[in-house]
Design a protein around this ligand. Structure first.
Ligand code: CAO
Length: 538
């Protein structure tokens, strides 16, 4: 039975922030068992020997000091107890390697302005002859603060962050990744602010830049009293994230940017689970993205003025909003458009006959009022077209009301006011609603409520022209009817060609909800109603 205790943690106390094993777990020598966090650094405590965890003596959040009992371990084989002291001595060799770096004021170049002096940051005692520079966390121009990690070094024994003993602005980084460095090698030059009137004033006077106080442990102690068995230690891949060495190491191995990972541990600390979840999510998203290139390619910025004179006009609020909505609908809804033609010869004759009478009432009777009424009628026969996909992706929400949106072209952009309960209204009432809503639209007087709650939309370009188009479904609706200009056409009636007024219909629909056959049935039914509007009376 072995007692595993807190090794030298380079300070008075540290909090237990993660426990990585539980009673009954088998552990191997050097496997990390707990993560501690002191005021200066976070550190992993490796198990000095293999065995089975008998009991834990600490809980997350508990404050511990050197020598405190962490856990009791049942040795896997008798007689292999390694004295803890021996392990601790070994660890201390590593943890004590980091002594204050030297800021060689005497070596500072004199190019600094009167109110700044250039200080150097050198490699501290790293406990071995040489170490590799494996990561550089700052660049020229960066504003750095005391204890901010500057570079990560890796020796045969350990990886370690070298924190800044100075606050100032990095002038020059004098090493690069891959360099082999040894104690006293200059890593950086930092411009440190000093009192302008007294450049040689004692450092104590320069509170923001403790030039000569760099040897004072409170300022200069490099991060790591990391009492870790060397290769268990790891490096900071991202300077300002809250994560322990093992997580940082894993992130480096996986090429994951810890800055993008949300920590779920105490004080937002990134745990291994967070990193795994992040990597999994990223991979899933990549897999779900289109094969070539993954995701939507970003569009390059183009300087159109290269080819001639240009003018940049701001988009209106409506244009920006509809751009967003159209784009979202276009990329998220699998669209199909069903084309058809309705014979509106009789309808047009009726409309023309009624038009003037309604005009006297101030109403404009166009084909559109008939289309709204006929669509409402057919929507009741085809409830799927009057539905929306539920957010859970597993239900279809059928609406027991029929509100129809009508696209209106205004100088400020496209808006879609809604005619409520179109199934219950007469064509005259629909024509009145249409007139009022389109006037409001053009006068910018539509309220948000006027444009909400539609079940189905109609976009009519018939007054303008065209033979067909593919409208974009107005999400969360599942279908939209596009209407083009009616034209007189020769139609074969079985014996002869007859001149008939044909109205082109373009029905775009969400193929997740509506099948092609349903769509063809819908336009056929609509065409029949438009061909003989007496059906609306039934
Ligand atoms: N075929 C032939 N003529 C048509 C027609 C059609 N499909 N639709 C309308 N017309 C005729 C009308 O009967 C009217 O003629 P009269 O003056 O002889 O009666 C004339 O064209 C003008 O109609 P209108 O456009 O003023 O009226 P409307 O009811 O047909 O449409 C409105 C109203 C507000 C929908 C329309 O003005 C509008 O803004 N349309 C554009 C919608 C749009 O931009 N959609 C695109 C969305 S996707 O970008």
């Amino acid at each position: 039975m072995s007692e595993i205790r807190v090794p030298d943690i380079g300070g008075d106390s540290a909090d237990v922030i993660e426990i990585l094993v539980k009673p009954g777990d088998s552990v191997t020598p050097e496997q990390t068992i707990v993560v501690l966090e002191s005021a200066k650094a976070s550190m992993e405590v490796p198990c000095p020997e293999g065995g089975v965890v008998k009991s834990l003596a600490v809980t997350v959040g508990q404050s511990v000091a050197q020598g405190d009992l962490l856990m009791v371990l049942e040795a896997s084989s008798a007689g292999t107890d390694v004295p803890v002291r021996q392990i601790q001595q070994e660890l201390e060799q590593v943890s004590s390697v980091l002594t204050p770096p030297v800021a060689a004021a005497a070596n500072a170049p004199v190019a600094a302005p009167a109110e700044a002096s250039i200080q150097t940051v050198k490699v501290p005692d790293i406990g071995s002859d040489t170490a590799d520079v494996i990561e550089i966390l700052v660049k020229a121009g960066d504003v750095i603060s005391i204890e901010q990690p500057l570079v990560v070094l890796e020796s045969a024994k350990a990886s370690m962050e070298v924190p800044s003993p100075l606050a100032g602005v990095v002038q020059q980084v004098l090493v690069k990744v891959g360099d082999k460095v040894s104690e006293h090698v200059v890593l950086l030059e930092v411009s440190v602010a000093v009192a302008a009137s007294a450049p040689e004033a004692p450092p104590a006077a320069v509170s923001a830049a403790p030039v000569a106080t760099v040897s004072a442990p409170s300022v200069s102690a490099p991060t790591p009293a990391m009492p870790l068995a060397t290769h268990q230690q790891t490096v900071a891949s991202t300077a300002n994230v809250h994560a322990g060495p093992a997580v940082r190491r894993l992130a480096r191995e996986l090429g994951a940017d810890l800055g993008c990972v949300t920590g779920s541990g105490p004080k937002g600390r990134i745990l291994k689970e967070d990193l795994h979840a992040f990597v999994k999510k990223t991979l899933t998203e990549k897999a779900a993205a289109p094969a070539a290139g993954g995701g939507l390619p970003t569009l390059p910025v183009i300087d159109f003025a290269k080819w001639g004179e240009v003018e940049r006009l701001p988009l209106t609020r409506i244009q920006k909003l509809s751009a967003q909505n159209l784009h979202r609908a276009w990329v998220t809804i699998p669209h199909v458009t069903q084309f058809d033609e309705a014979d509106i010869t009789e309808l047009e004759a009726f409309r023309v006959a009624q038009k003037d009478a309604l005009k006297a009432e101030g109403l404009s009777l166009t084909v559109l009022a008939f289309l709204v009424k006929a669509s409402a009628h057919v929507l009741k026969q085809f409830p799927k077209f009057n539905s929306s996909l539920d957010a859970d992706g597993e239900h279809l929400v059928h609406k027991h009301y029929v509100h129809i949106g009508v696209a209106v072209d205004t100088p400020n952009g496209l808006v879609v006011p809604v005619i409520r309960d179109a199934d219950k209204k007469s064509i005259r009432e629909i024509a009145r609603d249409m007139g009022e809503l389109s006037a409001k639209a053009r006068d910018k007087k539509l309220s948000p409520a006027d444009m909400q709650g539609a079940c189905f939309s109609i976009s009519s370009l018939g007054g303008i022209g065209g033979t067909a188009f593919t409208p974009i479904v107005n999400w969360p609706e599942v279908a939209i009817l596009g209407v083009s200009r009616s034209a007189m056409k020769p139609v074969w009636n079985g014996r002869e060609f007859q001149p008939r007024l044909m109205l082109p219909l373009s029905l775009s629909y969400d193929h997740r909800v509506i099948d092609g056959a349903d769509a063809a049935r819908f336009t056929t039914a609509l065409s029949k109603v438009l061909a003989d509007i007496r059906q609306l009376l039934l």
